[in-house]
Design a protein. Structure first.
Length: 81
């Protein structure tokens, strides 16, 4: 949002919120349902627990990406005025 021009800041924020909701509510819940159904089909004992654990591990493993993005933010932001 800080790197966007003044007249586009609200649009950038609205787009960000829309995409987070689209991925979080649309894609993630669908994939969780597919994963649970697949685990039940294969006879896994606790499919809900395995699905929750898998999604939590994905969230934890995404932390380095946020760290790297934050580290590079200052160098990218210097060029934008």
């Amino acid at each position: 949002q800080e790197m966007a021009p003044e007249k586009h800041k609200a649009l950038v924020l609205a787009y960000y919120i829309f995409m987070v909701n689209l991925v979080g509510l649309g894609f993630s819940t669908t994939m969780a349902g597919v994963m649970i159904d697949t685990l039940i089909t294969y006879g896994i004992e606790k499919p809900y627990s395995v699905t929750i654990l898998t999604f939590q591990l994905l969230a934890i493993f995404s932390l380095p990406a946020f760290y790297i993005a934050g580290k590079n933010y200052k160098s990218v932001y210097k060029g934008v005025t």
